[in-house]
Design a protein around this ligand. Structure first.
Ligand code: XIL
Length: 402
């Protein structure tokens, strides 16, 4: 009996020694530590994380165990947060009138961020997407359209042909919305996406056709920035768009921002969504994109970073959200894990090269399980929050640069 005990003891001791060698006690580095001298490393959080409650929100369904682990990863790895949906007009201001706001989830997000000492970003004040139709409704007759004239054709979901608000009414609604939302979180939310995705993907059109454009005209952008600046003069005000890796779209961005700057509009940062894929952009293309955007003299924030690994999602630019689901079908590319790691390494190398202007890098979701492009497995953690090879590649990019 005694001998047996001893043998067991030896066996346990041997196991311990083995495990100490195989799994050194040194903790794995975290993203926020690896990049702490370079830029904030942020993440979009969904309502389940912000509220600490299981459920269905932001197109995901997580049980309480998963929510807890998702939140742990957020706290462990990131030092900046943005609400994935809850500050969009349709969510925070669904109805007209004094009682039309729904601040619950947005307040929970702000509490979550402040409680955990994170840098808070607000997304987004003026956008053609996720905005209720009441915003544009009024008593003015809708425009008469030719059969084939399809404004907002990029997405019919954003079209409304009923009676409309006047320019003055819509500007007044925009101002009230911005003042209420920005004012509520003044001093807490440090950066705002003021205007989202206003640039057109079509031909030589500078601005996207939208109800903002049709009713107010191109100066809806300048007005939104002016109102946001009135509401919180200390907030960093950002213009945010996607596809800026594409030289044509980027040239439009440069034209737009220069014209805003010439009019003394308080645009203070460029948000580049950076929804890209394992096929591109390359390091060189990202390097060039950042070099050109930096000529505007504003900080650059990588605002919605993810890297699509789905076979059908390898077009590198121009992925409008309305086409998102079709870009994540058909399974993953071959060697997806390795290609994802290589692509993340290349793009972080470019961000590091431009660390003087790149101030924030935000991932659009904490892990593949909650990603808006879940089928494209675009993030650094799998749906169980286990780090993927891409995570190690991102950490290595930081270490290699020192
Ligand atoms: C996405 C969210 O991730 C989804 O949950 C939602 O259903 C649609 O919007 N560009 C943006 C983000 O600026 O707000 C979008 O977020 C992704 C594309």
């Amino acid at each position: 009996m005694k001998k047996h005990h001893l043998q067991l003891g030896l066996w346990a001791a041997a196991l311990l020694t083995f495990s100490e060698t195989a799994f050194p006690a040194e903790p794995r580095p975290t993203l926020k530590d690896a990049y702490k001298d370079q830029f904030y490393v942020g993440v979009a959080v969904n309502r389940t994380i912000a509220m600490g409650a299981a459920g269905t929100a932001d197109n995901v369904n997580r049980n309480s165990d998963q929510v807890q682990k998702d939140a742990q990863t957020v706290l462990q790895q990131f030092n900046q947060v943005v609400a994935e949906n809850d500050m969009k007009w349709a969510l925070i201001h669904p109805q007209q009138g004094a009682d039309g706001f729904d601040f619950g989830p947005a307040d929970a997000f702000v509490d979550f961020g402040l409680r955990n000492h994170m840098y808070l970003v607000g997304h987004t004040l003026v956008w053609h997407g996720q905005t209720p139709i009441w915003v544009f409704q009024g008593t003015n007759p809708p425009p008469v359209r030719e059969k084939d004239d399809a404004p907002n054709a990029a997405s019919k979901r954003f079209r409304y042909d009923g009676p409309r608000a006047s320019r003055e009414e819509l500007l007044a609604r925009m101002r009230e919305h911005i003042h209420t939302v920005v004012g509520r979180y003044k001093g807490k939310i440090k950066v705002w996406d003021v205007v989202n995705e206003a640039i057109s993907d079509k031909g030589s059109d500078l601005l996207r056709d939208s109800l903002w454009m049709e009713i107010i005209g191109p100066d809806f952008i300048a007005k939104a920035f002016e109102y946001a600046h009135e509401a919180d003069p200390d907030a960093i005000l950002r213009y945010n768009d996607y596809g800026l890796e594409n030289p044509t779209k980027r040239q439009k961005l440069i034209t737009l921002i220069k014209s805003l700057q010439a009019q003394k509009v308080p645009v203070m940062a460029i948000g580049s969504q950076t929804h890209v894929s394992v096929s591109g952009p390359s390091f060189e293309e990202m390097d060039r994109a950042l070099t050109e955007m930096a000529t505007l003299g504003l900080p650059i924030h990588i605002t919605e970073f993810d890297v699509n690994s789905a076979r059908t999602g390898q077009g590198t630019t121009g992925a409008d959200i309305s086409g998102n689901s079709t870009t994540t079908q058909g399974g993953l590319v071959e060697n997806a894990d390795q290609r994802l790691a290589d692509q993340y390494a290349a793009l972080f190398k470019a961000f590091l090269k431009h660390k003087d202007v790149v101030k924030i890098v935000t991932f659009w979701g904490v892990n593949d399980g909650v990603s808006w492009r879940a089928k494209g497995k675009p993030l650094l953690f799998d749906s169980d929050n286990a780090p993927k090879p891409a995570f190690d590649a991102v950490i290595r990019a930081a270490t290699d640069s020192k």
